[in-house]
Ligand binder design. Structure first.
Ligand code: BT5
Length: 328
């Protein structure tokens, strides 16, 4: 009911809506409406109430609930259910917990803050309150488990496209980072539960530094990480980015799952790759080997050539890539 009232207020921001009208429309008492309005105010909605005129929405909070995001959504199933938390340990952990209980493809778990955000290989991911996008998409595709790493590439393509639409010139650092001005803006952590030939579920976690300030990062990360706000010099709308990512993700994901078509994804990953033609170090466990990046192939693998002339196709797994002197 609260969400329905909010929707009505959003549709009528120019006029007051009387308590009488809301009461008749939803069949609830005036006192109940007053209570819902108070709840909305606690959530951060600025609502003007004038006796004999009614209620009017003046401003909405910067939060990532479905109610705040759906305006910008054009998807059929991705993000049509958004489970929102003010604070949580990790959206990926929560999404994994929920995944087996859900039938739908495309439920999103999103939080304003993570207290134990996760990177790959048990690393920590900094996720301060209301400053970034910390979300996980639950997917249940009928695909071979060997192809799951493609989902990370689809995610990277969708995120990069979203930023480019907003004239923010990000690049993709295969396999799971999005960079802005050569620093890490976003990381993706894809986890799955599968049997030999069947995927039970995939959870694709996306962490984006949108409005973080320099001192939100630990000293260790400050050199290599950045936020959109730091680079551009102004706050950026988190909900607009979320909606654009989900809108871009759905068609790329659908083409992959329904037709095994990843052409557009690979084209985006290639055209926006920061790695192709670069000298890098490939880090596998303790080993760090110099190589030159030649290309990304149609399976989403990174083709590298080592100094001894040997060529290898890398699949994402447990590999890290570094530039020779810097993060890239
Ligand atoms: C990643 O791992 O980049 C994947 C990050 C995925 C985070 C999302 S947030 C929503 C969802 N729920 C989760 O719990 N996780 C996902 P990796 O490539 O291992 O990089 C991790 C490394 O990035 C850390 O060791 C730090 O050096 C650095 N780092 C930590 N926090 C960062 C941040 N906010 N921005 C940039 N770099 C960061």
């Amino acid at each position: 009911m609260k969400d329905e009232i909010l929707r009505l207020l959003k549709e009528n921001t120019k006029d007051f809506i009387s308590g009488q009208e809301i009461s008749e429309r939803f069949g609830v008492s005036r006192t109940a409406i007053w209570k819902y309005m108070n709840q909305l105010k606690i959530e951060g909605y600025e609502i003007e109430s004038v006796s004999k005129k009614g209620y009017r929405l003046l401003d909405s909070p910067d939060i990532l609930t479905y109610e705040e995001i759906y305006d910008g959504l054009s998807t059929k199933f991705i993000g049509r259910k958004i489970i929102h938390f003010d604070s949580i340990d990790s959206t990926n952990s929560k999404a994994k917990e929920l995944a087996s209980l859900l039938d739908e493809d495309g439920t999103v778990v999103i939080a304003e803050e993570q207290t134990m955000g996760k990177g790959r290989l048990g690393r920590n991911f900094i996720s301060p309150n209301r400053k970034g996008i910390w979300m996980s998409i639950i997917l249940k595709p009928d695909i071979n488990p060997l192809k799951v790493s493609m989902v990370t590439q689809i995610g990277a393509a969708a995120i990069n496209k979203a930023f480019r639409e907003m004239k923010i010139e990000t690049l993709i650092k295969w396999p799971n980072d999005i960079l802005l001005n050569k620093k890490k803006l976003c990381g993706i952590l894809t986890e799955m539960s599968a049997e030999l030939t069947k995927v039970n579920f995939i959870v694709m976690g996306i962490g984006i530094n949108v409005n973080l300030d320099k001192d939100d990062f630990t000293e260790e990360v400050r050199e290599t990480a950045t936020s959109a706000k730091i680079e551009i010099g102004k706050r950026i709308s988190r909900k607009e980015i979320v909606a654009r990512i989900l809108n871009n993700f759905e068609p790329l994901y659908k083409a992959f799952v329904e037709k095994e078509d990843i052409e557009e994804t690979i084209a985006i990953c290639r055209e926006n790759s920061i790695l192709i033609d670069r000298e890098i170090r490939v880090i596998k466990r303790e080993n760090s080997i110099r190589a030159k990046v030649l290309d990304i192939n149609n399976k989403g693998e990174l083709i590298v050539k080592y100094e001894d002339g040997k060529v290898e196709n890398l699949i994402s797994g447990e590999i890290s890539i570094r530039g020779l002197e810097s993060y890239i």
